[in-house]
Ligand binder design. Structure first.
Ligand code: OOG
Ligand code: MG
Length: 263
């Protein structure tokens, strides 16, 4: 049985990995692909293993659909997680090119840096105790599926649409970050406005969920891991020439630009 399933997992992982590398969309999976939630995570793991085999490092995990705004935008209601690798890091203030992606979007997020490992079922207090620092961040997402449309298993297999992250400066997690106002501006104009409270009522719950979901996949979150808590607002499509900035109450700003020249 296993011998029959694994080549299929590898085939789907290679297809999504190639789609990301060549910035070329692929159709959604069909019933014939037979993806279950477990096999979708197996595809994701195989997809990320290909990146690691190319010499990139595992740097953390991301949560998806931790806010109503994101669930409503994408029409899905289950929380998901994905794996982050070093090639996804975008320098703060750096520049990206739309042509490196299929149809990239960006969204404001809170990023955790763990100072201690977290494994399995933990309380919010235990999760908070493991946090070394928090930072304002922007996630770049890019579905490898045509028209940015997918089912839950599709998006899990596609590593939760993760493409990049820009992380701002680190702050003491001792401040109350349960309800920090945030604004995502594009060329100086507010595009999305929200609060960290949109993340499951308190963003620490996204970290609790990340530890639980990682443990379900047999993994623990080690010290040094980055955890992106999920977007508090809808995502915004990138276009050439954009300057995107996220300002978070008490935590300052993080920004990046999109090259003017689309080529
Ligand atoms: C899926 C990823 C969701 C978030 O922050 O909720 C996500 C997508 O929207 O393509 O990153
Ligand atoms: Mg996100």
């Amino acid at each position: 049985m296993k011998a029959r399933i694994e080549p299929q997992i590898e085939r789907l992982a290679a297809r999504l990995d190639d789609a990301a590398r060549h910035a070329c969309a692929v159709p959604q999976h069909t019933a014939a692909d037979g993806l279950t939630p477990d096999s979708a995570y197996a595809v994701q793991r195989a997809l990320v293993a290909r990146r690691l085999a190319r010499g990139h490092r595992r740097i953390g995990v991301k949560m998806g659909f931790t806010s109503r705004a994101k669930m409503a935008q994408m029409g899905l209601t289950d929380m998901i997680w994905g794996r982050l690798s070093s090639d996804m890091l975008i320098e703060e203030g750096g520049t990206v090119r739309v042509t490196d992606y299929v149809h990239p979007r960006c969204e404001p997020e809170l990023c955790f840096l763990l100072g201690k490992p977290l494994a399995g079922l933990v309380t919010p207090m235990e999760a908070l105790d493991a946090v070394e620092a928090i930072a304002p961040a922007i996630e770049l997402i890019d579905s490898r599926y045509e028209n940015f449309r997918f089912t839950l298993t599709d998006v899990v297999a596609d590593n939760a649409s993760s493409s990049g992250l820009v992380v701002g400066s680190w702050h003491d997690p001792g401040i109350d970050f349960s309800n920090l106002g945030l604004v995502l501006t594009v060329n100086g104009r507010p595009a999305e406005v929200g609060s960290t409270a949109a993340l499951l009522g308190h963003p620490i719950r996204a970290l609790v969920a990340a530890a639980r979901l990682a443990a379900a996949a047999g993994e623990r979150l080690d010290a040094g891991t980055l955890v992106m808590a999920g977007s508090a607002t809808s995502a915004v499509a990138l276009a050439p020439g954009m300057h995107v900035r996220c300002e978070m109450q008490h935590l300052g700003c993080v920004s990046f630009s999109v090259a003017k020249d689309a080529s």
